[in-house]
Design a protein around this ligand. Structure first.
Ligand SMILES: NC(=O)c1ccc[n+]([C@@H]2O[C@H](COP(=O)([O-])OP(=O)(O)OC[C@H]3O[C@@H](n4cnc5c(N)ncnc54)[C@H](O)[C@@H]3O)[C@@H](O)[C@H]2O)c1
Length: 248
């Protein structure tokens, strides 16, 4: 870790109130960044604020709503160097026949539409300066069909496509876009089995293949690397940070 890798840089971190987002926000701040932390939970952001330093800002709001994105950009302007799209929610491990419209819209709304809106907003500022780095948090569930329910699996496969397409269009304009794909991480994410069928189908696979649970700092280190100039020639990568799960 360096104290100056992100000196004079402004970086937005979504989901900053907990887990991987919180670890990322703290790491970037320790390395000199001005962090704009976003989360739906004001209470969680209050715990974070005192640890981020005087230049930081926190915004509470639902990232699946454009209004929240507009408020984030108002606090960030005139400059943004990086975006870590970390905020996300799990499904209830429901297989396709058991999906409710409500849960589908909820999971896709946060994990995909929120990420798209946030990215679209920062791109307009990054394009003005011809530089920037965006890191999306995908999942091992975006690498296979056997790590979550259908809505979450779809949302994380879509994160990969979103990452690749964004990298394709904007790397020549100086903006890199990458994703990390974590395995199990010790956070506050809610992941309750609501489906007997899914439990019976996934249970044996989880027992046989899932690696030890990682700490959020391990994922934050990879996100910070991709955001930094140390990864200056990396764009369009989906980096498994999963204790080797993707290799199984
Ligand atoms: N924990 C794991 O095992 C794991 C594994 C793979 C990928 N991930 C991904 O990591 C990311 C972070 O999850 P985590 O495990 O740190 O969970 P977490 O629940 O600890 O943190 C997520 C944060 O996002 C916030 N959030 C949720 N919905 C929001 C919304 N609509 N608007 C704004 N903020 C919102 C929550 O309040 C929370 O503070 C997610 O994208 C998740 O899919 C987690």
């Amino acid at each position: 870790m360096s104290e100056s890798r992100f000196q004079d840089r402004t970086i937005i971190v979504t989901g900053a109130g907990s887990g991987i987002g919180r670890a990322t926000a703290l790491r970037l701040a320790r390395e000199g960044a001005r962090v704009i932390g976003v989360d739906i939970s004001r209470e969680r952001l209050q715990h974070l604020e005192s640890e981020l330093g005087p230049d930081a800002a926190t915004i509470d709001g639902d990232l699946s709503r454009q209004l929240t994105v507009d408020r984030v950009m108002a606090a960030t302007r005139p400059r943004v160097d990086g975006l870590a799209n970390v905020a996300g929610i799990m499904d209830g491990f429901e297989p396709t026949a058991e999906i409710t419209d409500e849960n589908w819209d909820r999971v896709l709304g946060v994990n995909l539409t929120g990420m798209m809106r946030m990215t679209r907003a920062v791109l307009s500022l990054m394009l003005e300066r011809g530089q920037g780095s965006i890191v999306n948090v995908g999942s091992e569930a975006g690498q296979r069909g056997s790590a979550a329910g259908t809505p979450y699996t779809v949302s994380k496969h879509a994160v990969n496509g979103f990452t690749l397409s964004t990298a394709f269009f904007y790397t020549p304009k100086g903006i890199r876009c990458n994703a990390v794909a974590p395995g199990p991480v010790a956070t506050n994410i809610e992941a309750d089995f609501r489906s007997t069928h899914a439990q019976e189908r996934l249970g044996p696979i989880f027992q046989a293949t899932v690696p030890p649970v990682a700490q959020p700092d391990a994922i934050a280190a990879a996100i910070a690397w991709l955001l930094s100039d140390d990864a200056s020639d990396v764009s369009g990568a989906i980096l498994p940070v999963d204790g080797g799960w993707a290799a199984i």
